[in-house]
Design a protein around this ligand. Structure first.
Ligand code: ME8
Length: 520
């Protein structure tokens, strides 16, 4: 049977500096969904990559005394290495300086030209280089960029324009139709309202080429113009699939994307310009765009150019990859802004990971070694011998459904909370059933039943920690003597109670999450 497809993307990040906590946040969130969808039987295509053209990159290269291509080639590996370190499981990695992208962008341009969607004109107005955004005089706030508050420059250029103003009604109808079909294009809802009122207020045609610098993709019919970097960048989502090339089988298979992850800063590009561009070329827009909030440190947006961004590597060193991934998806509600701090990170790590999850595993694996010769026991004769058995089993039984519902909303915190309901219950169960007393009393039957139930809870919990914490979840399965958790492609069957076989060799192993002391 062929698997259904699931295509998800992150923004392609600017290579003006190295990756930071903000770009890692989006990428980890997308990765957790990609991993989960693979576990639920989808043929997943997960794309991330780099935005390498435009004035901002040209300026960064110049400041470093390098030509732009050498500069982007030097920075690109810092992203691929960081994503490797963070165990990002992307299926493809696109760079906009790749030939496949250039060809696809030019094919798209030709399509717009042939369909009469573009025309030549003169752009006079303002431009924010850090945001790569055109602004009109009325948009400016105290003469500065209304988005980032930085300086703008006056631009007067003969450019090509896209007839964005033609799409106002079509876009509004499109948002409404998707909403009526119960599959809203823009998520979460607050962002949807923001975009709808922006479109209602009127759309102006958009300058989509530049002539005052050359670091970009030339227009096929006007080679002295380079593509406006946002048009260039947005097209990565289809050029990576082979749009415009002879082999567009991946495009035919995966497009339209199921979810495109973006930060709220770039929502207009993804929810207004992007669908309009696609409509103009006769291509279906993506199924949904999810705009998450900002990570804030001490109340300010973290960003490369503001210089208040820490590197993921330093935090991974302290918390481990999984500790890092867990914190951002558990502590910040996806979709809203969230403050992050070292204190709350240490607290989450020690509380949820070292105490709840790590201790549960190590206590149980220890007891299996001590009382059962290190082998998983057979399932008890009766599934629910006591009320406590039934409670544990029923919490495990509800977990897949709760987790799935939360992941459909990209509510990672709730998905993890549901998983922690089981982990916490398993800890309570062990405390209450006290296997050490059963061993003392020589009640081997009950001892074996209690350890089976608790091990089974751990086996199931690990399935649901896996999308967010792949490494430690694999380790838990390995220590239980089970197969490779990454091979699971039917989590609902796998999560059924009672599938833990008897006689597997259980290994204790090192602590999964060694406690962190403040002075570390
Ligand atoms: O905008 N909190 O690239 P970019 C949360 N190249 N997320 C953050 C963040 C923060 N403080 N800071 C950055 C671009 N991000 C374009 C995109 S796509 C066709 C082109 C994340 O390097 C968030 O996802 O500035 C945001 O949208 C993205 O990084 C911006 O990355």
């Amino acid at each position: 049977m062929t698997k259904p497809t699931f295509y998800l993307t992150t923004p392609i990040y600017y290579v003006n500096a190295e990756p930071h906590l903000g770009t890692a946040y989006t990428t980890i969130a997308a990765d957790a969904l990609a991993r989960y969808r693979r576990m639920t039987g989808y043929d997943v295509m997960f794309l991330t990559g780099l935005d390498e053209h435009g004035q901002k990159i040209a300026q960064a290269a110049e400041a470093a005394g390098m030509d732009p291509q050498s500069w982007v080639d030097a920075i690109a590996p810092t992203f691929t290495k960081t994503w490797e370190m963070l165990e990002i499981s992307n299926d493809d990695f696109i760079r906009t300086t790749q030939e496949r992208h250039t060809l696809g962008v030019q094919a798209f341009w030709q399509e717009l030209y042939d369909r009469g969607a573009v025309y030549q004109g003169r752009y006079e107005g303002w431009y924010c280089v850090p945001d790569e955004t055109f602004w009109s005089q009325e948009d400016l706030v105290d003469g500065m960029c209304p988005q980032c508050g930085r300086e703008v420059q006056f631009v007067s250029e003969d450019n090509w324009f896209f007839r964005l103003s033609d799409y106002q009604e079509r876009l509004l109808d499109f948002y409404e139709a998707r909403e009526a079909a119960g599959a809203p294009f823009i998520q979460p809802e607050t962002r949807r309202n923001e975009v709808v009122s922006f479109v209602r207020s009127g759309l102006k045609d958009l300058s989509i080429s530049r002539t005052t610098f050359s670091w970009g993709i030339p227009l096929p019919f006007a080679p002295d113009h380079v593509t406006y970097v946002w048009i260039d960048a947005l097209l990565n989502y289809i050029t990576a699939l082979g749009y415009g090339s002879d082999d567009h089988s991946a495009f035919d298979r995966y497009w339209p994307a199921d979810v495109q992850f973006v930060g709220k800063d770039i929502i207009r590009f993804h929810c207004v310009i992007w669908p309009a561009m696609l409509m103009a070329a006769g291509i279906e827009p993506p199924k949904s765009v999810f705009a998450h909030g900002f990570l804030l440190t001490k109340g300010e947006k973290m960003s490369k150019s503001k210089g208040n961004a820490q590197t993921p590597a330093s935090l991974v060193k302290k918390f481990g990859v999984d500790g890092y991934r867990y914190y951002f998806l558990r502590d910040v509600t996806f979709g809203q802004d969230g403050s992050i701090s070292m204190e709350s990170m240490v607290q989450r790590y020690n509380g949820d990971l070292a105490n709840d999850w790590g201790n549960l595993c190590s206590r149980l694996f220890n007891m299996t070694e001590k009382y059962l010769g290190g082998l998983t026991p057979p399932p008890p004769a009766r599934e629910c011998e006591t009320g406590a058995d039934c409670t544990l089993r029923s919490i495990a039984g509800f977990l897949p459904e709760k987790y799935e519902a939360a992941m459909r909303r990209l509510d990672y915190a709730s998905a993890l909370e549901a998983t922690w309901d089981l982990i916490k219950e398993a800890n309570r169960y062990i405390e209450a059933e006290a296997p050490w007393n059963l061993a003392k009393q020589g009640d081997d039957t009950r001892l074996s039943a209690v350890l089976y139930n608790a091990l089974e809870a751990v086996r199931i919990a690990a399935l649901f920690t896996a999308p967010v914490m792949p490494g430690t979840s694999s380790a838990v399965w390995q220590r239980l003597g089970l197969g490779d958790i990454e091979e699971v492609d039917d989590v609902f069957t796998e999560a059924q109670w009672g599938r833990l076989p008897a006689g597997l060799g259980v290994r204790k192993g090192e602590p999964l999450f060694p406690r962190i002391y403040e002075e570390d």
